[in-house]
Write a protein that binds this ligand. Sequence first.
Ligand code: UDP
Length: 241
Amino acid sequence: MSDLKFKRVLLKLSGEALMGDQAFGIDRAIVDKFAAEIGTLVDAGAELALVIGGGNIFRGVSVAAKGGNRVVGDHMGMLATVMNGLAMGEALSARGIETVVMSAIAMPEICETFTQRAALDHMNAGRVVIFVAGTGNPYFTTDSGAALRAAEMQCDALLKATQVDGIYSADPKTNPDAERFDRITHSEVIERGLAVMDTAAFAVTRENAIPIIVFSLHDETSMLDVLRGAGRYTLVSAKAE
Ligand code: UDP
């Protein structure tokens, strides 16, 4: 019997989480550390989907900020997420964890092309599915992609791994008076304009009643604790319990 409170989950990691101490790119040791932790979740009976951002390599807004073409920049950003997803897929496969990489933009020589049905089949067969290229559209982020895929995969929760242990009223690193929320609703996050994920991601998860769990990559709470409903995190749900 599984003791998981959240069994089918989508885990969103930012691209920056893969950098480690580097200023750019992918630190293989860090990717392998995540792969090991994901392995503990799979062993515990979790059904896992992954979305990894691309900020460690490229962000479209940085092109636009310098007067460049935003859409091309976003295409480059989406390609960055493909690189990260492939790196994670390899690390998981090397540990014997069955993994499939699916892209929102067709690149059949490199990975599978996303369709909801094929992705569900993979998840139902116990494979870890890594969704890359975000939503496949410019002007979106991988947070929106994560929310969309969490809905399409009928996930019990979206796990958002961050640098801090939950959602605060302001950045706790610069504002010592920031209030931390244990529980909060999707609507409150949107209304208060809290900078956790973009509004589109919150709107999709609210609409589909998918809880969001925000937790830190840097404290004692493990991903497994979170799936068991234990440890320190902020739970965003339809009703603040
Ligand atoms: N991106 C996009 N559409 C999407 C997802 C991502 O255009 O649906 C692009 C966008 O340029 C973004 C980049 O990919 O800046 C990397 O994604 P994101 O910023 O979400 O990565 P993270 O901050 O999570 O590392």
